[in-house]
Ligand binder design. Structure first.
Ligand code: NAD
Length: 273
């Protein structure tokens, strides 16, 4: 089944499922992104900090998929929150990717100890207005960080990309996003693979004749979040996109949501810097 899109707060369509590229082996990244395109993915999530924008760009160029059918996201490296550096870093991303525009550009972490995300956001707003990215957003922003952007910025972020998976529902942030027209993107949607052995997920997988990864991704999709699972195995890359031809019941959804144990796999946004 084809991958559906959601509509961001500026009218831009985003495929609800994409391909995550964090920690892919650099020498394989080009071919793995091409495998994702072959499996029907049209959305790729990369970042300056992943050091693979060049390989992602090579795959885009080699794919033969028209640029306007692809959705490419990158993120500002933590070192470059200063206004001038944010502008220069964005230019380098376009250069490394070999593109004339991005679809989405994010501030990767708020870095409250650095205290310059509003400055970075001003640069992103200008980049957005210049037409070099179709949308801008943030990542790892808690409601109190978002509040400052909403109060002092001039563009409402299109997305907030945060950790979400069955062991970390992140409900407060998701609710804040939803209340402000911000789409939540769920990073580490499989909890880096750790949630896949959970017995409740195994039971639901058996009930539906699906794999545990498909059950977890379907749960995210039915909650309305955007997901981009990462795998370096072509058969799993294809498997992870086949989640639009079955449905979890209300009870199934509640069973997965009930696994929440407030367990992060990554850093806390207030202390990462
Ligand atoms: P993930 O939750 O997607 O898990 C990936 C791991 O799950 C794989 O390495 C593999 O071990 C396992 N896996 C994947 N598919 C499987 C399958 N079908 N069957 C069995 N096991 C399977 O983890 P992730 O890579 O951390 O997150 C996905 C993407 O989210 C990243 O690649 C990146 O694009 C993004 N991300 C963003 C941030 C951020 O700060 N903004 C942080 C982490 C990740």
């Amino acid at each position: 089944a084809p991958i559906p899109s959601l509509t961001l707060n500026n009218g831009v369509a985003i495929p609800q499922l994409g391909y995550g590229t964090y920690k892919l082996p650099p020498q394989d990244t080009r071919d793995l992104v091409l495998a994702a395109f072959e499996a029907g993915y049209r959305h790729v999530d990369t970042a300056q900090m992943y050091r693979n924008e060049r390989q992602v760009g090579e795959a885009v160029a080699a794919s033969g998929v028209p640029r306007d059918e692809l959705f490419v996201t990158s993120k500002l490296n933590n070192a470059f929150h200063a206004y001038d550096e944010a502008h220069a870093a964005f230019d380098r991303s376009l250069d490394d990717l070999g593109l004339d525009h991005l679809d989405l550009f994010l501030i990767h972490w708020p870095l409250p100890a650095v205290g310059r995300f509003l400055e970075a956001w001003r640069a992103l707003e200008e980049i957005y207005r210049s037409g070099r990215t179709r949308a801008i957003g943030v990542s790892n922003f808690q409601p109190h960080h978002l509040r400052r952007i909403l109060d002092e910025g001039t563009v409402v972020p299109a997305v907030n990309q945060v950790e979400v998976h069955p062991w970390f529902g992140n409900e407060e942030v998701r609710a804040f996003d939803a209340d402000h027209g911000i789409v939540t993107e769920a990073w580490s949607p499989l909890g880096r693979g750790r949630v896949l052995d959970d017995p409740t997920i195994a039971r639901l997988a058996a009930d539906h004749g699906r794999t545990p990864a498909q059950v977890v991704l379907r749960w995210h999709v039915q909650r309305g979040d955007v997901v981009f699972p990462k795998s370096a195995t072509p058969s799993r890359i294809a498997e992870n996109a086949e989640v639009f031809d079955f449905e979890l019941s209300g009870d199934d959804m509640a069973a997965v949501t009930g696994l929440d144990r407030a367990e992060r796999t990554g850093s806390h946004p207030d202390t990462e810097n």
